[in-house]
Design a protein around this ligand. Structure first.
Ligand code: AHG
Ligand code: MN
Ligand code: MN
Length: 343
């Protein structure tokens, strides 16, 4: 029986969960413990932001997406990569902060069954202004047989293949949220004892939402369906005159967590900041896919406007995707409005 008592530690919970799966080898537990430790280390850096100049500010470099890297982006990336690849269980990591996948050395990859995709620090623009940020991760099994080198192809599996997914939110407290396909669990870090304690067990999102989250600064670039959808949420629509609550933090992981607890929809449509009608801003492998698995396990839904996010087969590790994610009713509404003008 899975340890589900509020207050149970994350390690205890994972050990108990593993007992329910006779095929489990303890490797999953080890990887999860390392992920949890990475979260504690990054959290301690975040808590010291503003005290030491080594943490806040820009690094002076850009990542593969042409975005300026913050110092903490690079610190978080290095913590993740170094610690996880040294477990001997993770063959390679695909990170927002690295053009190519980062592979474990020969010794560590020999028996390494897992691969991880991560956004080591989501919401970088909020680091220097004391607003919540987070880490997102997705865990998969490698496709290439043991003994051979893993490649980019190993990462191009659809989201429904994920073994587990989660995020660590550095907000008013640090929260580790994860699913391994058996419900969504949140653990809050108690800094006085250095342990994550179960705070939400088998979290469910309401079927109907009350909040919508979108960057309205991009409104002039929206297409008709997106425009009508947001008019609906604002109560300016023939079918709805009651406004939803509008909330947008600008850290996906924080917006997602709030909506998961309070119900609602997060959307980042096709248009980018410069108005290009493309695939929006968010990345499929390490932003959309892991959050989509969590949302599904919480009883919600996610879509690119047409397809289920978990059914999209990636073609690139840094691929972007439009994202509509949250309560079932609102994500289905989004699909309907988009389809109306683009059947
Ligand atoms: P990252 O900091 O990992 O690059 O991600 C930033 C993302 C995401 O966290 C957020 O929801 C989105 O960018 C906000 O984008 P806009 O500023 O265009 O709204
Ligand atoms: Mn991000
Ligand atoms: Mn990031």
């Amino acid at each position: 029986m899975v340890a589900e008592k509020i207050g149970t530690t994350l390690s205890q919970h994972i050990i108990e969960t593993q007992k329910d799966f006779p095929q489990a080898s303890g490797r999953f537990t080890r990887v999860f413990n390392e992920l949890a430790t990475c979260g504690k280390i990054i959290s301690s850096y975040v808590r010291r932001a503003g005290i030491t100049a080594e943490i806040t500010g820009k690094k002076g470099s850009v990542n593969v997406q042409g975005e300026e890297q913050a110092k903490l982006d690079v610190i978080a990336h290095n913590i993740f990569v170094n610690r996880l690849l040294e477990t001997g269980l993770v063959a390679a990591i695909s990170s927002e902060e690295s053009d190519e996948i980062v592979e474990a050395d020969e010794e560590n990859s020999r028996n390494a069954n897992y691969i991880i995709s991560t956004d080591p620090l989501d919401g970088s623009s909020n680091i220097d202004v004391n607003v919540s940020i987070g880490t997102i991760f997705s865990l998969m099994k490698r496709k290439t047989p043991l003994g051979e080198r893993v490649s980019k192809e190993d990462f191009l599996q659809k989201g429904s293949e994920q073994i587990a997914a989660g995020y660590i939110l550095y907000g008013s407290s640090t929260i580790f949220t994860y699913t391994s396909g058996h419900g969504v669990f949140c653990f809050t870090l108690d800094p006085t004892i250095g342990e994550y304690l179960l705070s939400h067990s088998r979290l469910k999102i309401a079927e109907e939402g009350t909040t919508y989250s979108v960057n309205e600064g991009n409104r002039k670039f929206w297409n008709k369906g997106e425009e009508e959808l947001v008019c609906y949420f604002q109560g300016n629509h023939a079918e709805n005159d009651k406004p939803y609550t509008g909330r947008y933090i600008g850290s996906l992981v924080a917006d997602f967590h709030r909506n998961l607890l309070k119900s609602g929809i997060y959307l980042y449509p096709k248009a980018t900041k410069d108005g290009k009608q493309d695939n929006g801003k968010l990345r499929l492998l390490y932003e959309a896919m892991p959050l989509a698995l969590i949302m599904k396990e919480a009883g919600g839904f996610s879509s690119d406007g047409e397809k289920d996010i978990l059914e999209i087969v990636p073609t690139e590790i840094h691929q972007r995707v439009p994202l509509f994610i949250g309560s079932k009713r609102e994500v289905n509404l989004a699909k309907e409005f988009l389809h109306k003008y683009n059947p």
